[in-house]
Design a protein around this ligand. Structure first.
Ligand SMILES: NC(=O)c1ccc[n+]([C@@H]2O[C@H](COP(=O)([O-])OP(=O)(O)OC[C@H]3O[C@@H](n4cnc5c(N)ncnc54)[C@H](OP(=O)(O)O)[C@@H]3O)[C@@H](O)[C@H]2O)c1
Length: 238
């Protein structure tokens, strides 16, 4: 039986590459985004067996709808990839710029989204002996990244990974991938990219496919749970 996979934020970038990579192996995919409906529908049509579900993952009822659609449409759920994320470019030192609106928006998408979706998916994942893979960030390991609330949200997501691995064992494995700098619409035009590139030991920025390979392989590593796999080309080695 082929896998059924939900990939949040899959209209673009890393999520799109993850959806394509699983689909290449014969998986059935739920494609999702909150605003870019046309891009999401186009991707779903291009895959052999996929459905698009519009939904904002910071809303619990939308997360529940993703799971319900996967189970209704494909009969089971094997893998959830919590990839959708948001940020704003803001210097860490700008404490007043990190206002409540920004904090709640970032925590809503980057932390509560994975929580809502994991909780909604837990019964189906338990039945399938499935897996969750969260897309974190090296910004959740070192105190750096696009903004202070973003960095904190990804650190919390890494810890949610470990906590859910405890909670859902032995039936469901929960792991995370922490990318460094990835060439996606998210980072296009960032003025700091050249400076970051100079510190990447492998000498190049990651492609979305580099991160998708790690996500798919963690989803299928049967004896790993509660782990955060750094995939940053050596950016944070020293
Ligand atoms: N690019 C990097 O260098 C990098 C590095 C480390 C970690 N990451 C992480 O990788 C993940 C994907 O980033 P990316 O670079 O691939 O960015 P991207 O190309 O901008 O894709 C982000 C995706 O998330 C969706 N999304 C945003 N808010 C959402 C919400 N509330 N509900 C559902 N979907 C939502 C977007 O679609 P809509 O806007 O239409 O909703 C889009 O499909 C993020 O979690 C990010 O933190 C990226």
């Amino acid at each position: 039986m082929s896998e059924v996979v939900v990939v949040t934020g899959s209209s673009s970038g890393i999520g799109r590459a993850v959806a394509e990579r699983f689909a290449r192996d014969g998986a059935s995919i739920i494609v999702n985004s909150s605003r870019s409906v046309e891009e999401g529908e186009t991707l779903a049509r291009s895959l052999p067996d996929a459905a698009y579900v519009q939904g904002d993952l910071s809303r619990e009822e939308d997360a529940q709808r993703l799971v319900a659609t996967a189970v209704e449409r494909f009969g089971r759920l094997d893998v959830v990839v919590n990839n959708a994320g948001t940020t704003k470019r803001l210097p860490f030192a700008d404490l007043d710029g990190a206002d409540d609106e920004l904090w709640w928006r970032i925590l809503g998408v980057n932390l509560m989204g994975p929580w809502y979706l994991s909780r909604a998916a837990a019964p189906a994942l338990r039945e399938a002996k499935g897996a969750i893979v969260n897309v974190g960030s090296v910004a959740g390991i070192v105190a750096a990244g696009s903004s202070l609330p973003y960095s904190v949200s990804k650190a919390a997501l890494h810890h949610l990974t470990r906590a859910l691995a405890q909670a859902l064992a032995p039936d469901v494995r929960v792991n995370a991938v922490a990318p460094g700098l990835v060439d996606t619409p998210w980072t296009a035009g960032w003025e700091s990219n050249e400076e970051i590139l100079a510190r990447i030991r492998l000498g190049r920025v990651a492609t979305p496919g580099d991160i998708a390979d790690a996500v798919v392989s963690l989803a299928r590593t049967p004896y790993a749970t509660g782990q955060v796999l750094v995939v940053d080309g050596g950016l944070t080695l020293a």
